[in-house]
Design a protein around this ligand. Structure first.
Ligand SMILES: *Cc1c(COP(=O)(O)O)cnc(C)c1O
Length: 456
């Protein structure tokens, strides 16, 4: 059989409120054309993020009832620790309330004004937590990673020559090297095991530890199985173990590839760093056997880690993202390729060439998707990155709209509906207006800015 089915049945459902197009036009106007201002109830298909939006399994919900809420020494912590260590064999496993808390604790220990932290591409919270210490965050993804049309199978790879050159010159200022799997900011693109090994070899030569920002480790492992010949016959858990065997630590948002709605961890081998991390943890998160989480959350993570590495799940996951990306490509909608693991990124600049970058083609497409079908995506372009520290504006490198796919939440007919909305939009791209910003805060303006359509 060729059809890849959702490898689950639905036991519990959440109704979607169906809205009409005139209703949506009124709602988005009231929201000042900013999709972050919409009530979740007014969204039919929410593709804003894949973070914390997964559907948990019956076994995870069952696990919640078994959470041990002991303040110290909770048995749920030990089950969580064993589940993490089964895949990621680190000495110290420190739970946190989400990924950025792990980043803040780690950077608080290792970084200062003199420090430089390289990565393939820093995720925005990672970069912000590095910069908050005064340190510098450097992105070293390979050249192909910047080209939306390039079909390189591992566009998340790090440029090892540039890493080596940086370490040759400044290793004394580099407390650790990071690598993000998959590379979220670069379109959910994977990193190969060959690249991880090469990064580790360079790090070892300069005696600098390697940490993985591992939010989508299972999707990355599945890409390795599919695209790196040497590992085609390996099981996914074995590929995961091999990936982490080349690292000295990791930060994790369990809201991605641990199939839960909240959680994270920091794991590492260095005893002194771990002791400092636990001291920080007690200050702002909680006792080391619960971090920022309840015992029941730790149970849900432990079970989620068993489910996320199942090949039937990963085959379905990749197929469903690819299905949307391929359908859009067939419609002539330009998307970032190859299709990444967790999202489809649409090149709004190429789709709407009549809208100049500073009239925000990504925002124009995001608003049109909402009006047309009640679909919520996320602009990643000049709205998000265009404002300069001095208040002036520069166009971003790309004008993208991200459609992130929550894990196990939508069925194929939901996605077929999204595709149908695009069929409608591609017929009338020239009619879509650009937008002006009528109100904006000084920082992170995309969350709260107000917009108004520009009359053509
Ligand atoms: C989501 C994410 C983070 C931050 O995790 P939160 O749980 O949202 O705090 C860090 N890095 C990457 C690559 C992410 O996708």
């Amino acid at each position: 059989m060729d059809t890849i089915i959702e490898p689950f049945r639905i036991k519990s459902v959440e109704p979607i409120r169906l809205t009409t197009r005139p209703e949506r036009e009124a709602l988005i106007e009231e929201a000042h054309y900013n999709l972050f201002n919409l009530d979740g109830d007014d969204v039919m298909i929410d593709l804003l993020t894949d973070s914390g939006t997964a559907a948990m399994s019956a076994a995870q919900w069952g696990g919640l009832m078994q959470g041990d809420e002991s303040y110290a020494g909770s048995s749920s912590y030990y089950r969580f620790e064993a589940a993490v260590r089964d895949l990621m064999p680190f000495e110290h496993i420190i739970p946190t309330h989400q990924g950025r808390a792990a980043e803040r604790i780690l950077m608080g220990i290792v970084a200062d004004e003199d420090a430089i932290i390289p990565n393939n591409t820093h995720f925005d919270t990672t970069r912000a937590n590095i910069e908050a210490t005064g340190a510098e965050a450097v992105d070293l993804v390979i050249e192909e990673g910047h080209d939306p049309a390039n079909m390189h199978p591992f566009k998340g790879n790090m440029d090892v020559d540039r890493l080596d050159a940086l370490l040759q010159e400044k290793a004394h200022r580099i407390p650790l090297v990071m690598c993000t799997i998959t590379n979220n900011s670069g379109g959910g693109q994977p990193v190969s095991l060959a690249n991880l090994k090469a990064i580790k070899a360079v790090c070892e030569a300069h005696d600098v530890p390697l940490f993985l920002d591992a939010c989508r480790f299972a999707e990355n492992a599945y890409f390795i199985k599919m695209r790196e010949e040497e590992y085609a016959d390996w099981s996914v858990p074995d590929i995961v173990r091999e990936m982490f065997s080349h690292a000295d630590g990791m930060t994790m948002s369990a809201k991605k590839d641990a199939l839960v709605n909240i959680g994270g961890w920091l794991a590492l081998n260095d005893d002194a760093w771990a002791e400092a991390a636990r001291n920080q943890l007690i200050l702002t998160e909680g006792f080391p056997t619960y971090g920022g989480l309840a015992g029941r959350d730790l149970e849900a993570i432990a079970q989620g880690l068993k489910e996320i590495v199942r090949e039937d799940y990963l085959a379905y996951r990749m197929a469903s993202t690819r299905y949307l990306g391929q359908a859009l490509t067939d419609l002539g909608v330009p998307v970032v390729r190859p299709i990444g693991g967790h999202a489809v990124y649409i090149d709004a600049k190429a789709l709407l060439p009549h809208i100049p970058p500073l009239q925000y083609p990504g925002q124009a497409l995001a608003v049109a998707l909402y009006e047309t079908g009640g679909i919520r995506g996320c602009e990643i372009g000049s709205v998000m990155f265009g404002r300069q520290p001095d208040g002036s504006e520069e166009p971003a490198a790309m004008e993208l709209v991200r459609l992130a796919i929550p894990r196990r939440v939508y069925t194929q007919s939901h996605i077929d509906y999204v595709i149908e909305c695009f069929e409608d939009i591609v017929e009338r791209t020239r009619e879509l207006p650009g937008y002006a910003i009528t109100h904006e805060p000084e920082q992170l303006r995309h969350f709260t800015a107000h917009f108004a359509p520009i009359d053509a």
